[in-house]
Design a protein around this ligand. Structure first.
Ligand code: IFM
Length: 453
């Protein structure tokens, strides 16, 4: 059996709005996702996160599931509106829930890994312009200081932002995520302010002398050309700038891919958010890069597309319930590319997993496709490690089924099934298979999932 290095971190990941519920408890204020999901037509079937998986009340049971699973780290996010619920009000007691959760984890031998922002911006901050407003960077810095001073002793791993590409582009440009705006100029400003707030938080973390690790998580997608034509190769470059380099280059090279901004000037009206010194702040050295990988993109040149001149094609692999192609080689290619272009920075895969149409039959969920998906991606990660890649850990998305943003509860990513009528948790076959992987610290064959429980 192919083994992973000793000390390799096996984990699972979730996010506050997707699992917590208790949206009006403990002094929590409204977030942009409350507003968005309560607006008819924004989320499939009108679903929202009011109750979600009720993790806020059931966290001890959930930690027991994690303990039985055997993970050494759990990635979760803090809901900012629990800490700064309204303008001018800091509610430190809003962190009590996270203190209890982190303590429970540590008592069970599980290291907390905290995402500071996983998209639930306090609504009052959005009312003042949200990520489009440079002042939000200072609000995030204030929030960071509270987190570091209140939770710094309990949390050894910090992730400033989860997928700032989604928070800016999907939230302010495409409008399918909260706050639901369709304004490219705001999207571009939001992206810059998210990055700047990340850099300021890192600087603060260092200044406070805290001894854990701090990094950021990006959703990265390797891009492949539909044909060998030079036009398609150029399309790959453009999509790569848009999807990956827009965030990687400032973080690791203190520069933006200028050609991208020239290309999209006609929709942004010019990129005016960068002030002198910003890029140095953004490029503050990181302890690790968090990588969320799900699928690849295949693109062709298409002059009729006004934004990037690109057309997406479906790859030929099987597809998940999200209609995302299963393409494990993409993970290997992506990790190798990061090493080549950005140095051998320590990497954690902070999310990887798949949604399938799971069914409970006689109390059991036989999610063989998810097991196959995970097994093939673990294999790709192992290949990277064998070549000397600096991969430190792997967090499966997700511990349990949850609120999948604009898709509501219709997409199940969990290795634990959640019955949304009773809120009962039912570990799927993938949970028991992953348990064996962790126990062996090695590539347990997917076929053994049938008997893993
Ligand atoms: O559920 C999301 C998560 O919140 C961010 N990364 C992708 C996951 C699956 O879509």
């Amino acid at each position: 059996m192919r083994k992973f290095p000793e000390g390799f971190v096996w984990g699972t990941a979730t996010a506050s709005y997707q699992i917590e519920g208790a949206w009006r408890e403990g002094g929590r204020g409204p977030s942009i996702w409350d507003t968005f999901s309560h607006t008819p037509g924004k989320v499939l079937h009108g679903h929202n996160g009011d109750i979600a998986c009720d993790h806020y009340h059931r966290y001890q049971d959930d930690v027991r599931l994690m303990k039985d699973l055997g993970i050494s780290s759990y990635r979760f996010s803090v809901a900012w509106p629990r800490v700064m619920p309204e303008k001018g009000r800091v509610w430190v007691k809003g962190l009590d829930f996270y203190k209890r959760l982190a303590t429970e984890l540590l008592e069970n031998g599980i290291r907390p890994a905290v995402t500071m922002y996983h998209w639930d911006l306090p609504q009052w901050i959005e009312d003042e312009g949200g990520w489009n407003n440079r002042d939000t960077v200072s609000r995030f810095e204030e929030y960071s200081e509270i987190l570091f001073s209140e939770l710094g002793d309990l949390v050894p791993m910090w992730i400033t932002h989860n997928e700032p590409w989604c928070a800016s582009i999907l939230g302010y440009g495409v409008g399918v995520h909260a706050p639901g705006l369709k304004d490219w100029r705001r999207a571009y400003r939001a992206a810059h302010h998210l990055l700047l707030s990340h850099g300021r938080a890192v600087r603060l973390y260092r200044a406070l002398g805290l001894r854990g690790e701090i990094g950021i998580t990006l959703n990265l997608t390797p891009i492949y050309a539909a044909t060998e034509n030079p036009e398609d190769a150029a399309a790959v470059e453009r999509q790569d700038m848009f999807q990956n380099r827009w965030f990687l280059d400032p973080l690791f090279k203190a520069q933006y891919p200028e050609a991208l901004f020239r290309r999209v000037d006609h929709v942004t009206g010019g990129f005016d958010a960068v002030k002198p010194g910003d890029l140095d702040v953004i490029a503050a050295p990181l302890d690790f890069l968090g990588v969320n990988y799900y699928t690849r993109a295949v693109v062709a040149d298409d002059p009729s597309d006004p934004l990037l001149g690109i057309r997406h094609l479906p790859g030929e692999g099987p597809r998940t319930e999200m209609d995302w192609e299963v393409y494990p080689d993409g993970l290997y290619d992506l990790l190798s590319r990061l090493r080549r272009d950005y140095g051998n920075v320590p990497i954690y895969i902070t999310e990887n997993g798949a949604a399938y149409d799971d069914r409970v039959e006689n109390g059991r969920v036989r999610d063989a496709e998810r097991v196959a998906y995970l097994a093939s991606h673990f294999e790709a990660a192992h290949r990277f490690l064998e070549e000397g890649g600096n991969l430190r850990g792997y967090y499966v998305w997700s511990l349990m089924d949850n609120f999948e943003w604009a898709f509501g509860y219709t997409k199940r990513f969990g290795i634990v099934y959640v019955d949304y009528d009773t809120l009962a948790r039912i570990p799927k076959d993938s949970y028991f298979w992953y348990q064996r992987v962790i126990r062996e610290n090695g590539l347990v064959p997917a076929e053994t999932a049938e008997t893993a429980r």
